[in-house]
Design a protein around this ligand. Structure first.
Ligand SMILES: Cc1nc[nH]c1-c1ccnc(Nc2ccc(N3CCOCC3)cc2)c1
Length: 364
């Protein structure tokens, strides 16, 4: 209830190098991560008697990129409701007025690791297919709400030892500036689809490409396309998968298609060479058949041409993942539609500050 939160006391603790000023109910804070948006701590919620994660957004209105992302995340997290998308449990600030407004704290359910810690483990097919299935379910729910993530990567997906998986954020706003960031954090592009790299119009299948890259990395134990920038990223993709078809190139904007045509011609590697049986789990039983199914799904996800790439519903019905198919999980009622136009608004830093302040003090 708003009243209690306003009056309830706060305490300040150091988490790494960062001061967290949080409601007294949250105790025993310890750092678990840092992201481009801020620091994340694990804590114990003495009211709910459960562990939680608390993300501190430091001055989220410092520039338009941060403000848009924070605003979008607050609105989207309150809007979607799915077991494979992290749930927002509480939002607060210790500042009492808009003039003093500085920081936002977002409280979520605590997971145990992110997928970056999992990609180099030898996972059996059961875990591999279950993680993939849950990722597809979460992304399907986002798409049902009109949200295309566009920036799925292992660091924004969290897991627990029971193999449950949750997507941690909502990716890029449609009008997010693709390149320059004010923070020292390097933007990871390894998982971005050809259409995002080449500035083409895009649809939900951009997220299927990213999921294919993540799935391939879990099989291979290394990043599939570790490009140092967009040019290098494109070169690595075509060296591995082969050059795009003329039909695909003709759909590009003139300047981009001219560049793409200057590239050498690559045949690309076969998927049985890219993902040989040896890199799949070799536990007893039908693992050769499972390896063939996993390879087939990978090939359909890592299709250069978005028009030919497998879509989410077909990926969820693929033999490799449909063993987990639960209509209640796949077809969870789509939330209200997200109004993307909210992303398009060009507000000043001061206006975003007020928008964020309003979102925080009016939060449920
Ligand atoms: C919202 C958010 N943004 C980034 N991360 C999170 C988040 C959200 C919910 N739970 C967790 N849990 C969690 C994640 C990673 C770790 N490890 C990191 C590496 O070293 C071993 C532990 C431990 C716990 C993290």
């Amino acid at each position: 209830m708003k009243g209690s939160r306003q009056n309830e006391g706060f305490h300040t603790v150091e988490v790494g190098e960062t001061a967290f000023t949080v409601l007294e109910r949250y105790q025993n804070l310890r750092q678990v991560g840092t992201g481009a948006q801020g620091v994340v701590a694990a804590a114990y919620d003495t009211q709910l008697k459960q562990n939680v994660a608390i993300k501190k957004l430091s001055r989220p209105f410092q520039n338009v990129t941060h403000a848009k992302r924070a605003y979008r995340e607050l609105r989207l997290m309150s809007l979607v409701n799915h077991k494979n998308i992290i749930r927002l449990m509480n939002v607060f600030t210790s500042q009492k007025t808009l003039e003093d407004f500085q920081d936002v704290y977002m409280v979520m359910e605590l997971m145990e690791a992110n997928l970056s810690q999992v990609v180099n483990l030898e996972l059996d097919h059961e875990r591999l297919s279950y993680l993939l299935y849950q990722l597809l379910c979460g992304v399907r729910h986002l798409h049902a709400a009109g949200i295309i993530h566009r920036d799925l990567k292992p660091s924004n997906i969290a897991v627990k030892s029971d193999c449950s998986l949750k997507i941690l954020d909502f990716g890029l706003a449609r009008t997010a500036n693709q390149g320059f960031l004010m923070t020292p954090y390097v933007v990871t592009r390894y998982y971005r689809s050809p259409e995002v790299i080449l500035g083409m119009s895009y649809s939900g299948t951009v997220d299927i490409w990213s999921i294919g890259c993540i799935f391939g990395e879990m099989v291979r134990g290394q990043v599939l396309f570790p490009g140092s920038d967009h040019i290098d990223q494109w070169n690595k993709i075509i060296e591995t998968l082969g050059s795009p078809t003329p039909e695909f190139v003709n759909r590009l904007q003139p300047a981009v298609s001219n560049y793409v045509r200057t590239r050498p011609h690559y045949r690309g590697m076969s998927f049985s060479r890219l993902f040989p049986d040896g890199c799949f789990p070799t536990e007893s039983g039908g693992s050769r058949a499972l390896a063939a199914q996993a390879r087939d799904l990978l090939q359909k996800m890592l299709e250069l041409d978005p028009n030919k790439r497998i879509n989410i519903d077909d990926a969820l019905r693929h033999p490799y993942t449909n063993i987990w198919y639960e209509p209640s999980e796949v077809e969870a009622p789509p939330p209200l539609q997200y109004d993307n136009s909210l992303d398009e608004r060009e507000l000043t830093v001061e206006q975003w500050r007020e928008e964020l302040w309003r979102e925080v003090i009016n939060w449920r």
